[in-house]
Structures are given as structure tokens and as C-alpha cells.
Design a protein around this ligand. Structure first.
Ligand code: DGL
Length: 275
């Protein structure tokens, strides 16, 4: 039986992270799952995001994955801690679930000269305060400003990211972020969809502000984790096999997903709800 690394997202966005991971670790087997039937997670409650994410994590375990990456900021912010601390000890203490917030928080302070950073994310990620809390652990001197961008995911999911409406909402949220702290010199795209509008975001920011995506950061962090945890690395199968699953219609997933992944995708249907 294959023992792939599971990569989870509420929908398509995690593919921007998975793309970087697959490039960094081409020998490993992977299963990607998008919970498209219930996406977006961005405005959902803690309880709902935890319930949905846990169902998907259990599904990955049934597929033979010993390690699951929540390649979704909202799920990492609202479900990861509870899954790690309360659920995994009962389900299988030898399995691991990791997120995208900590690896980013560990590095972000290395990029800022002014010690002022901006976080752009979904409502759920921002309200969870996960980024300010995690960043404070590693860089107590960094001032963190956050801006929720609730219109961006729906615009991107509907293929409207290059429309005048998208431009309006990109400018609006960027202005709201900069109004919080004019010294911001580093902006993190803390949502897996946002790399698709990275160029438009940059166009509305002063030139000296750097924009960070999470793909490369998370991919390097996973590689480092596997080097440090040989017992996990030895359990993972390495035949370079990649499978894609969605909880919704496969044909529409394939069409949209290839835009996020940068390559054609053929997905299969996954029923993640308990019997
Ligand atoms: N993947 C989610 C994230 O990174 C965005 C999409 C959603 O709201 O479900 O926050």
C-alpha cells in the first residue's frame, strides 16, 4: 500500500502551495484533496471548520497517509491546534498533521527592515489572531497589521480576478492595510488563493514593499521536517505518484484547478463524510 503525504485545502487554493511542494520533493507520493463541496471555509465558524477539516484528515488516514499538510490558512488557523492536541491522540498518535502558519511565522521577521509587516487573509484567519500570536513567539519586536479581504476568494473562484471589480477590491483592502501602518515593508499573502492576484496586489503597493507567498516557504519547511524526522520519512512511499481528489464535481474541479496548479489535472471524487 502507498503511504503518500496528504495535502489538504478547502478547495483550489492549496494547489499553489502543493505546486511548490511537488517541485521540491518530486520523489514522494502525494494525495491532494480539495473540499470544494463545502468551500470556501473563510467565513465559517471555528466549530464548522474543525468538523470539516477533521473529516478530511480522517479520510487521508484511510487512504494510508501518515502525514497531512493543511495547505489552507483558514483550516490551519481554526482547526489545526484542536486536531493536534485533542483528536490525534485518540485517532492515531503516530500520525502527524501540520499547517502553513507556523513555518511562515518562523521566517517572516527575516524579511522586514522596518519591523512592520502586513498580513492579508480571509476573515477567519484574521479573526483567529493566529499570525500575530505565532509571529510574536519568534519575533517579539515585529509589529503585525492584519487586513481581511473577504471579496478576493469569491472573485478568484469565479474567474473574475482580472475584472474591474477585482481591481476595486484589491486597491480597497491594500489601502486599508497601509492605513494601519505606513511603515509596512513586507506583506504576506496569508491565503492560498492570493498568489493568483500577486501582480495586481504588487501594483497597488509602494515599490519598496516586498510581497511573500507561502509556497516556497512551506515546501522548504516540509523538506526540513522530513530531514529532522527520519522515522516519518521512512514511512512515506516514494514512487512520484500524485493523485487529486475533490468532494465536488470532478470535471469543474479539473478545469479550475489547472489554473492554480499550472498543469492539467485529472481528479477523482472523494466522499469524506462519515458513514
Ligand atoms: N484556502 C483558504 C485559505 O488559505 C482560502 C479559501 C477559503 O476561504 O476556503 O485561507
Amino acid at each position: 500500500m502507498a503511504h503518500p503525504i496528504g495535502i489538504f485545502d478547502s478547495g483550489f487554493g492549496g494547489l499553489t502551495v502543493f505546486r511548490a511542494i511537488a517541485q521540491q520533493l518530486p520523489a514522494y507520493d502525494f494525495i491532494y484533496l480539495g473540499d470544494n463541496a463545502r468551500a470556501p471555509y473563510g467565513n465559517r465558524s471555528f466549530e464548522t471548520v474543525h468538523e470539516y477539516t477533521l473529516q478530511c484528515v480522517r479520510w487521508f488516514f484511510e487512504q494510508g497517509c501518515p502525514l497531512v499538510i493543511l495547505a489552507c490558512n483558514t483550516a490551519s488557523a481554526k482547526a489545526l491546534r484542536s486536531i493536534q492536541q485533542n483528536d490525534l491522540p485518540h485517532i492515531d498518535p503516530a500520525k502527524r498533521v501540520l499547517g502553513v502558519i507556523r513555518p511562515t511565522a518562523e521566517l517572516i521577521g527575516n524579511f522586514s527592515t522596518t519591523r512592520s509587516v502586513g498580513i492579508l487573509g480571509t476573515q477567519g484567519t484574521v479573526l483567529s489572531q493566529s499570525y500575530p500570536i505565532e509571529i510574536r513567539h519568534f519575533f517579539p519586536d515585529i509589529k503585525v497589521s492584519q487586513q481581511a479581504c473577504p471579496m478576493w476568494v469569491p472573485l478568484i473562484e469565479n474567474g473574475e480576478q482580472h475584472s474591474a471589480a477585482a481591481d476595486y477590491f484589491i486597491e480597497k483592502y491594500i489601502q486599508e492595510l497601509l492605513a494601519q501602518d505606513a511603515a509596512i515593508d513586507t506583506v504576506l499573502l496569508a491565503c492560498t488563493h492570493y498568489p493568483l492576484i500577486e501582480e495586481q496586489i504588487k501594483a497597488h503597493l509602494p515599490r519598496h514593499v516586498q510581497v511573500l507567498g507561502q509556497g516556497a516557504i512551506v515546501a522548504h519547511s516540509l523538506q526540513d521536517y522530513l530531514q529532522r524526522h527520519k522515522e516519518m520519512d521512512e514511512r512515506l512511499t516514494k514512487n512520484g505518484e500524485v493523485l487529486f481528489y475533490t468532494t465536488d464535481d470532478t470535471a469543474s474541479f479539473d478545469k479550475q484547478a489547472s489554473v492554480f496548479y499550472g498543469q492539467p489535472i485529472q481528479s477523482q471524487f472523494a466522499d469524506v463524510t462519515p458513514l
